[in-house]
Structure formats: structure tokens, C-alpha cells
Design a protein around this ligand. Structure first.
Ligand SMILES: [Cu+2]
Length: 144
């Protein structure tokens, strides 16, 4: 079997990519895409349980595993900072909650006190888009 075409094919592919394009396959996000927390508002004092409503502009929602241009699913970062390296799939734990069915809100049982909430959209494989579509941090206080 003659595989000599393979190196040439790889070279041709590399030449088609714009300068600076990483070969790691992060999904592009369209210009102007924005994710935000509709409620609660930053600085809000609320009583638990807390319903968090997700907002998205300029992109659509698709369930995890479904690859479709300009879509993703929500991830809610609870009391944690966004990962420094956004080129990898997001962890899934109590601080990094995936909404892989395409949900656009959730209700959280948060302990009384201050909490931070931040939304991060990610692609079908749970990796943030490039550039990342990430919300401002919302800080709330849950009252007893
Ligand atoms: Cu995910």
C-alpha cells in the first residue's frame, strides 16, 4: 500500500490554515457572542434555594455531544475561578456543573453566605470556544 501521499496531504492542510491558527481543535465562537446570568443580579441578597437563569446572545444551545456551528452548552462555575487553561475540557464536579441537556436555568441549594456564580459556554466536547464565551462573575449573598 502506498502511503506517500500522506505527508503531502498534511502539508496541504497546514497551508490552508491562516497564520497563527492552532492545530488544537477548539471550536470558534462568532464575534459578539455573549453569555450572561439573567438572575440573580450581582450583589443580590437572596433566600435559598436560588434559581439561576442563563442568558446567551449570538449563539445557540445544543446538547453535549452534538456538534453544530455556533452552539454550545452552559457550564456554571460555583465558588470557583474559571480554569487558567481554557483549551481543555472543563472538569465536572460540584464547582463546575455541566448542563449537557441544553438547560437554560437551574436551582441551587447554596449554604448561607457569599457565593460566586459564572457561566462558561463550551462545545460538544465540553471545551470552551475560541475566544471563550464567558460571563461576568455574579456575587450573591444567601441569607438564612
Ligand atoms: Cu459540558
Amino acid at each position: 500500500m502506498n502511503l506517500s501521499f500522506l505527508p503531502r496531504l498534511a502539508l496541504a492542510t497546514a497551508l490552508l490554515l491562516p497564520a497563527g491558527t492552532a492545530l488544537a481543535d477548539r471550536t470558534p465562537s462568532p464575534a459578539g457572542a455573549e453569555v450572561y446570568i439573567v438572575s440573580p443580579k450581582d450583589g443580590a441578597k437572596v433566600k435559598g434555594p436560588v434559581t439561576v437563569v442563563f442568558g446567551l446572545k449570538g449563539m445557540g444551545i445544543a446538547p453535549a455531544g452534538i456538534k453544530f456551528d455556533n452552539t454550545g452548552h452552559h457550564h456554571l462555575l460555583i465558588d470557583t475561578a474559571a480554569p487558567a487553561d481554557l483549551s481543555k475540557p472543563l472538569p465536572a464536579d460540584e464547582h463546575n456543573v455541566h448542563f449537557g441537556k441544553g438547560q437554560t436555568e437551574t436551582t441551587l441549594a447554596l449554604a448561607p453566605g457569599k457565593h460566586t456564580l459564572q457561566l462558561l459556554l463550551a462545545d460538544s466536547l465540553h471545551t470552551p470556544h475560541d475566544p471563550a464565551v464567558i460571563s461576568k462573575v455574579v456575587t450573591i449573598t444567601v441569607e438564612k
